[in-house]
Design a protein around this ligand. Structure first.
Ligand SMILES: Nc1ncnc2c1ncn2[C@@H]1O[C@H](COP(=O)(O)OP(=O)(O)OP(=O)(O)O)[C@@H](O)[C@H]1O
Length: 234
């Protein structure tokens, strides 16, 4: 459902991604791992055409993506939950979530709030709270709910576990796995937390300085014992 070939990305004169190839089947979940600055967020933003200038080819849902802007890609079924979550502090949780519904695919209804709560039960009790009243873990759940309400075929989560307490991270992993099963959704999860990435994905790509330095199953990753020291430990 996603085929990326020779993706290069630039911020101004800075060449950030160098020839990334990536494949993702429908219903599959992959991790992008790498240190701070490796290019994980840039990769997700490039897929959505959200910020950097890009070169290369991306096919999504059998369609070659050309210059379509981010909103058009959202309406084709891509959703990105950004690292900084972007919760509106003075809107309620229900309003924050409903803001994502505009991106529903052409001809398809977004989920209702009740359906979102079925998929993400922990947002149910929060619906009338204001954004600024949420803890970090609650903000992350609401940001995911906002991405999910449009029924994306591909949900991209940028470092979802960052800054969250271990008990919340476990809850988040269960939530993400439940979301995956709904409608055979595909996921890309960027992470520095290896255990969390392992729990929520089928296989991984490891990025370093804007290039893929390893791709394979978690078993292959474990058999290459030096990868963690070379590319993930600071
Ligand atoms: N808006 C921007 N303008 C210029 N350079 C940027 C911009 N955003 C990111 N970069 C640079 O691009 C490189 C990759 O950053 P990116 O945010 O994609 O990394 P990352 O792997 O997601 O790491 P992090 O965990 O820090 O988010 C870094 O060198 C960063 O400084």
């Amino acid at each position: 459902m996603l085929e990326v070939r020779n993706l290069n990305a630039f911020y101004g004169e800075s060449h950030i991604l160098h020839g990334i190839d990536l494949d993702l089947a429908a219903g599959e979940s992959i991790a992008l791992l790498g240190r701070n600055g490796a290019g994980k967020s840039t990769c997700l933003k490039s897929l959505l055409n959200a910020d950097p200038r890009t070169e290369g080819s991306i096919r999504f849902a059998e369609t070659p993506l050309g210059a379509q802007p981010a909103f058009a890609r959202s309406r084709m079924g891509m959703a990105l939950v950004p690292e900084d979550r972007r919760i509106f502090p003075m809107l309620t949780v229900a309003q924050n979530i409903e803001m994502g519904a505009f991106a529903a695919r052409d001809g398809r209804k977004p989920y209702t709030l009740d359906e979102v709560v079925d998929l993400l039960p922990m947002v149910g009790p929060l619906l009338s709270r204001l954004g600024f009243q949420l803890s970090g873990g609650q903000q992350q759940m609401v940001a995911i709910a906002r991405g999910l309400i449009a029924r994306p075929r591909l949900l991209m989560l940028d470092e979802p576990a960052e800054g969250l307490a271990p008990v919340i991270v476990d809850e988040l992993a269960d939530t993400i796995n439940a979301i995956r099963k709904a409608e055979g959704r595909s996921l890309i999860v960027t992470e520095q937390n290896i255990d969390f990435a392992r729990e929520t994905t089928d296989r991984l790509y490891l990025l370093d300085v804007g290039s893929v330095v390893f791709s394979g199953s978690w078993g292959d990753f474990d058999r290459n014992g030096d990868l963690v020291d070379r590319y993930l430990v600071l």
